[in-house]
Ligand binder design. Sequence first.
Ligand SMILES: Cc1cc2nc3c(=O)[nH]c(=O)nc-3n(C[C@H](O)[C@H](O)[C@H](O)COP(=O)(O)OP(=O)(O)OC[C@H]3O[C@@H](n4cnc5c(N)ncnc54)[C@H](O)[C@@H]3O)c2cc1C
Length: 504
Amino acid sequence: MSAENVKKITIVGGGSAGWMTAIYLNKLFNHSEKNYQITVIESPDIGVIGVGEATVHSIRFFFQAMGLDERELLAETNATLKLGIMFRNWMKPRNGKTHEYFHPFEHQRLGQLLDISSAWFLNNRDQIERYDEGVCLSAGLIKEGRGPKAEHSRPYQGVVPYGYHIDAVLMGRFLRKKAIEAGVIYVEGTVKEVVTEQGNIKSVKTDSESFSADIFIDCTGFRGLLIDKLKQDNWDSFSEALPCNKAIAIQRELPEGHTPNPYTVATAQTSGWTWQIDLVNRQGTGYVYDSDRISPDQAESELRGFLGDKSNILKSTHLNMKVGCRREFWIGNCIAIGLSGGFIEPLESTGLHLIHLGAGLLATHLPTENPSQALRDSYNRLMSGFYQDLKQFIVLHYCLSDRDDSAFWRAAPGTVKHCPKLQEHLAVWRHKICEFHDLAGSYATTFTDENYRYILYGMQHYPALNLSVQAEQSQQVFGQLEAMTQKAVAGTLPHADYLRQLNQ
Ligand SMILES: Cc1cc2nc3c(=O)[nH]c(=O)nc-3n(C[C@H](O)[C@H](O)[C@H](O)COP(=O)(O)OP(=O)(O)OC[C@H]3O[C@@H](n4cnc5c(N)ncnc54)[C@H](O)[C@@H]3O)c2cc1C
């Protein structure tokens, strides 16, 4: 393409959203010839949010497709590997024990006559084990302190799917370095003025420069500096369904003698839940809570109490969370990606994944000519579908709880009325297994029936099955799984050993 035909994309914001989007679009559009001049303007005065450290497993495909060296990425961001999320305390204790279940990234692969979940129920295995322990390999791996990697696993590959725990600030810097090496222009400056013209952004101005572009991408975080200029009343709030609206984040040294867990821990508290994310050099923790139930001071003191007196705290930050999404993510020539586009509380670690989806869809929707309204409508419909679906999946975690020890938990079952489809599904799933077809027609790109099962059955929402299959036929799968688990445990590296090798 000749130099005068090269179009300009200007991204305002240099957090995870800004740099992930820049590196992605640069890779897709400027690989063999330069189609877009991509500039990122990042304020030296306004910090990044600095959280966003747990991921879902698809982030691997993003990093791999960007051509990033996995070992270099992990070593430079103090990352650890993640096989899923351990949920604690989301229901009343059972038989005097804290209620606990695990949501792995793994697909259930066994079962011929019957899927493994149906077989699990028909064999009454709920009487002897947790659902996840009965149907997947990952639960067996974490019990033995194993990660997903075997001695000779190739980059981005493991015995089971995995994501990462990653230092958010270091990841931003790493991506910035790689993007600049690949030709993205980096401007340090704070946008002070956004100039609009006939429903488009014409330019953005810092104190010293003005930037015009064909496409502007708003990655300014919760501020939504650009997109808000184009349309007011453009926010679909999810606060009724998901009332947690604040967080206190605390970084601390890893507790003495603690080796990093290859999973995130999400522990329910009186008015929300806490996360624990182990990096190689520290632990990220935080309490996501409903500020109608407790104050920031109460939340901080509850979190500190939970972490214990001996916590060596490095840093603490109080955060507001705007939960919901744009009605229109793409208006005129401006697209909002990252927190400026929407936010769902981080219970399933989906923030970076939604950036990946937003940038990916933008790439497929960007035409050579000026974008038509039909393209914008398509993008907006898909993105809002992803957020709505995710809202429903997160509500599932709360509405099944039988906890009644605080006003927050007593109100939790009521949140389902803000997700009518989920309410219908739950009634049906009392009588049958949750199946792929049940969610057909929705935007279940992130979490499918298998993920729903881990939450449903982890939270004891069991179906009363009306099947009659000989026990031996359905039992075979558990013997196979047991053998596969033993092989996987024997063949994988202890997570701690893998991290040691990586950081030598
Ligand atoms: C409590 C909490 C926990 C979370 N946990 C997770 C998690 O575990 N996993 C996950 O995937 N996601 C998580 N997220 C979401 C995740 O943090 C975000 O999706 C991600 O960090 C992207 O943020 P961002 O880049 O959109 O915004 P920010 O990080 O806020 O970046 C905004 C950027 O815009 C720049 N900027 C702002 N105004 C201007 C201006 N006027 N001029 C120039 N630049 C400007 C800033 O300098 C900054 O670079 C969490 C979020 C919260 C609130």
